[in-house]
Design a protein around this ligand. Structure first.
Ligand SMILES: Nc1nc2c(ncn2[C@@H]2O[C@H](COP(=O)(O)OP(=O)(O)OP(=O)(O)O)[C@@H](O)[C@H]2O)c(=O)[nH]1
Ligand SMILES: [Mg+2]
Length: 366
């Protein structure tokens, strides 16, 4: 008998073990989805079985070996974390379209051309040559047609592979392309907030020449903030809609808490402008630096949540420091929960969750 593949996650359907991927109580000619995907789609259940980081190497190596066009998807809200160096190094010899997804969470006044220019400079910095750069929102359907046109132009009769870190929205992007270009109105592939939703590659016949759109499991980053916290914390971390920038005038020995995920202490001679871009639901607290440790002691998991009370015992912090000369507006990227723009000369001392990377770039929003 030919194996049947779940249309939602790519697992081979089986009815032997309900704790393994691809389980359905009974397989017949009508079986399209495994029980896990059926429940995700119809009851909004979160998946308990997820892809593992160890599976990733062979996924990317398999794609590299094929003669395909690669759509490398990054999450614009988590750009620094998802513009993954390890993946980029493997993609250097391929034809790549860089797609920054989740544009809908950016302030609507943001100029798209400026962001494309910024992305192209980030590529140049690491000598990563891409054939095109697109900004899209799979959720809202923004700029999907522009991307489809570029795919048509650059494909030259090949399959198209969607690669990227877990949770950047690869499966959502394919669903959006299908909805725009076929009679399909509902999601075909399963998506969820949990990294590792797609378990195996999924081939979707899409092009007139019989070639495929191919979804792949994402690279799981064990340092991703989502992998350090429980799903009930995600609600405040992931923006649901347009981020409202929060601006603070900062003097020396002032600090800002990004809930209990990080705190930034500022030392400066002149007043600074600091703009916080996170989910609107993430609690931001400004205080004097001398009160920071007392607040960590008394309010972590309470006022300062996430992390939640039942997560704090598993969390350690580390310190990262930066100096800014004030010549250019800079962004500090907090892996997976946003970025903070700084205008002015200062020294910053950041206390953040251990191994949850903090990186600096020129400002993405001018
Ligand atoms: N705001 C916003 N959220 C999005 C967008 N695209 C995807 N998401 C959300 O991001 C989460 C991950 O989406 P998926 O499509 O499952 O991501 P993936 O890259 O396929 O993830 P894996 O299968 O785990 O590798 C889901 O909660 C989606 O609803 C978007 O354009 N905007
Ligand atoms: Mg997926």
């Amino acid at each position: 008998m030919i194996d049947r593949i779940c249309k939602g996650c790519g697992a081979t359907l089986q009815s032997d073990d309900k704790n393994l991927m691809g389980f359905v109580p009974e397989i017949n000619s009508k079986s399209l989805y495994c029980q896990r995907c059926f429940r995700m789609m119809h009851y909004n259940e979160l998946p308990k079985i997820v892809a593992k980081s160890s599976d990733y190497e062979h996924v990317i190596d398999e794609v590299i070996a094929k003669n395909g066009l690669v759509v490398f998807v990054v999450d614009i809200f988590a750009f620094k974390a998802t513009f993954n160096k390890k993946m980029i190094d493997k993609l250097r010899e391929k034809n790549v379209i860089l797609v920054a997804n989740k544009y809908d969470v950016f302030p609507h006044s943001t100029n798209v051309a400026n962001i494309v220019e910024w992305l192209s400079k980030e590529c140049e910095k690491i000598f990563f040559k891409v054939d095109a750069i697109h900004i899209v929102s799979s959720k809202k359907g923004y700029f999907i047609d522009d991307l489809t046109n570029t795919i048509d132009m650059l494909r030259f009769g090949r399959d198209v592979y969607f690669l990227g870190c877990a949770n950047v929205g690869k499966s959502s992007l394919i669903n959006a392309i299908l909805k725009r270009n076929t009679s399909i109105t509902k999601d075909v592939i399963s998506t969820s907030v949990i990294p590792g939703t797609t378990l195996k590659s999924i081939n979707i016949q899409f092009f007139d020449d019989g070639k495929y759109l191919i979804d792949t499991p994402g690279l799981i980053n064990d340092n991703d903030i989502l992998n350090k916290l429980l799903p009930k914390s995600y609600d405040k971390i992931l923006p649901k809609d347009e981020m409202k920038p929060r601006t603070y005038q900062i003097l020396t020995d002032n600090s800002i808490f990004l809930a209990g995920l990080a705190s930034i202490d500022f030392t400066c001679e002149d007043k600074l402008s600091v703009i916080v871009y996170t989910s609107n639901d993430l609690y931001i607290h400004r205080c004097k630096t001398k009160r920071v440790e007392e607040l960590y002691q008394n309010e972590l998991g309470k006022l300062l949540n996430p992390p939640l009370i039942d997560e704090i015992n598993n969390i350690k912090y580390e310190i990262t420091e930066f100096d800014f000369d004030g010549k250019m507006k800079k962004d500090i990227w907090f892996s997976g929960f946003g970025f903070v723009s700084i205008i002015g000369k200062c020294h910053v001392r950041i206390k953040h969750i251990e191994n949850n990377e903090v990186k600096v770039t020129n400002a993405i929003i001018r």
